[in-house]
Design a protein around this ligand. Structure first.
Ligand SMILES: *Cc1c(COP(=O)(O)O)cnc(C)c1O
Length: 357
């Protein structure tokens, strides 16, 4: 039984226009014809779940999201396999994280089964928008929620709007990148919103990305808010280090975002002869490890790019340093391929991570 009431668009994209879009989708350039929407009203709960034509919204200019930033989101993908079946990857992890993000931001909590139904029913309806697996294309799904109540006082809103939109994503080349270790900015502090996937964290991070570009790097390596001593994550991805003694080390959870990709790679580490270790890792340990060769590979991970090799760092402490020989390392490439192969059904899914739509 579908949970969502469907109103079909009268002006769906023609086959020819969709095929033209899918020939070179880019990212965020085209959107599927429909979106899922569920409104929330305090005292009355979640209103009728509906799938409606994709359209602009009229929002009251006093809507709380536009003033105090109560907004959270998720990101996941639908993958088309060679037999044309369509699959999601661990969507229940996104549903669970959406709950914790909402709780941290004082927002209404969307039941996980409603999150899962919104994603599967929208993707099922828009199957034709899921690109082929060629060059790792996918349909990127963006569930999000805003505080919609018009009210200028500062308090939790009484009405929220949850919605899901989706955009076909073309080949994503995860270009090797250098990271700038910023001495000036932090993305999270103890007790702050680092563990919530909220728009505000992103707004606060943009200036540091500018600083990274100015220092010849593609992204920032975030460090802790108190001492700038402990490594947290990089840009909008989690970060991992391969050591000479066969460990895959990543910062422990605390103020970082608990990535689904991070969690999955930790579970695959043993298949690649690596011992997964979650512990605090300091900037000094990294910079010394690059010099001594103790750190042999570094990569960033997240849903969008899966795994991005990190081939160098720039820091006020030691200037430019390369990781090993400055090329993406073998474990980085193996792990990336393994995860992508599970997602597209080309490798055994031992953990039961993939879900058919
Ligand atoms: C979304 C996100 C990640 C990666 O999470 P995935 O679930 O792997 O996509 C990492 N860091 C930040 C800050 C994020 O917003």
């Amino acid at each position: 039984m579908p949970m969502f009431q469907v109103t079909r668009t009268a002006t769906s994209t023609s086959d020819a226009a969709r095929q033209a879009a899918l020939a070179d989708p880019g990212f965020g350039r085209y959107y599927v014809d429909h979106m899922a929407v569920v409104d929330y009203v305090a005292g009355d709960g979640w209103q009728e779940p509906r799938i409606v034509p994709m359209t602009e919204w009229a929002l009251h200019p006093a809507a709380a999201v536009m003033h105090y930033g109560q907004e959270i989101f998720e990101g996941l993908k639908a993958y088309r396999r060679d037999d044309d079946s369509i699959w999601l990857f661990r969507p229940e992890r996104n549903a669970a994280r959406f709950v914790t993000s909402a709780q941290r931001m004082g927002m209404a909590v969307l039941p996980e089964e409603l999150f899962l139904a919104s994603v599967t029913e929208l993707v099922d309806m828009e199957r034709e928008w899921v690109p082929t697996s060629e060059n790792e294309q996918s349909l990127y799904i963006r569930p999000f929620m805003i505080a919609s109540e018009p009210y200028l006082g500062v308090r939790e809103a009484n009405t929220y709007r949850y919605a899901v939109i989706a955009t076909p994503a073309g080949p994503y080349y995860s270009e090797p990148m250098k990271l700038w270790i910023t001495p000036n900015y932090t993305r999270a502090a103890p007790g702050g919103t680092g563990t919530a996937k909220c728009g505000g964290n992103y707004a606060a991070s943009l200036i540091a990305t500018q600083e990274a570009y100015a220092n010849g790097c593609g992204q920032v390596l975030w460090t802790d808010g108190a001492e700038h001593k402990w490594i947290e994550e990089c840009g909008t991805m989690n970060v991992m280090f391969v050591t000479a003694d066969g460990e895959l080390v990543t910062p422990a959870l605390g103020s970082i975002l608990a990535g689904v990709t991070r969690e999955s790679i930790l579970m695959l580490a043993a298949d690649h002869g690596l011992t997964a270790v979650e512990r605090p890792i300091s900037v000094d340990e990294l910079l010394d490890g690059l010099e001594s060769g103790q750190i042999t590979e570094v990569f960033a991970c997240g849903t969008a790019a899966v795994v991005t090799p990190i081939v160098g760092f720039n820091s006020p402490q030691r200037g430019e340093q390369v990781v090993a020989d400055g090329q993406p390392g073998p474990k980085t490439r193996e792990i990336r391929q393994h995860l992508v192969d599970i997602q597209y059904g080309r490798a055994e899914d031992k953990h039961g991570w993939t879900v058919k739509v």
